[in-house]
Design a protein around this ligand. Structure first.
Ligand code: SF4
Ligand code: SF4
Length: 158
């Protein structure tokens, strides 16, 4: 969910439950320094927030307590970059309502995040663009042109 997104405003922040944003060590360091707490676990060389009562350790009173400095994975959700493809995670209940400009912005940000495991409800982004229809697809590509995206990533969308 990007910082000011309207599509998240009416959601119960499902993505913060069973949360699994994957952090780089630099992101973890930045958050530990800013909060004074190390609420992360390390799994196979990557960092993830610990869960408290099924929610991300940074989730409190219905909101993210580190919103301004939250990890890139949280900013781009439900867009997820896999090793060989990009996905929209249908675990997000609003995944079918996100405006084209926001999908393009998140996809552009995802192009510089580390690849991660394919989500169990992941829809390949090409398939997703087809599902949203021709007008959406055209708007998505127009918006994408505003971002400087490497050619190998652009191929994932065509
Ligand atoms: S689950 Fe989807 S709609 Fe809900 S807060 Fe997360 S990104 Fe936003
Ligand atoms: S860091 Fe914030 S946005 Fe990300 S999962 Fe945790 S509470 Fe949610």
């Amino acid at each position: 969910m990007i910082m000011s997104s309207d599509f998240c405003s009416s959601c119960d922040k499902r993505c913060c439950f069973q949360a699994s944003p994957c952090l780089t060590s630099a992101e973890r360091k930045r958050i530990v320094e800013a909060t004074g707490k190390d609420l992360f676990k390390r799994v196979q060389g990557s960092y993830f927030p610990k869960l408290i009562n099924g929610a991300c350790a940074f989730f409190s009173n219905g909101r993210c307590t580190i919103n301004e400095i939250k990890p890139a994975d949280c900013r781009i959700f439900p867009v997820v970059r896999g090793r060989d493809d990009m996905f929209i995670d249908a675990y997000c209940p609003k995944h079918g309502d996100i405006p084209a400009a926001e999908v393009a912005e998140m996809a552009a940000m995802a192009s510089v995040t580390a690849p991660r495991e394919v989500p169990s409800k992941g829809i390949p982004i090409r398939e997703y663009l087809g599902m949203r229809g021709r007008g959406f697809r055209e708007r998505f590509f127009r918006e994408l042109e505003k971002h400087n995206i490497p050619e190998d990533i652009l191929l994932l969308f065509r």
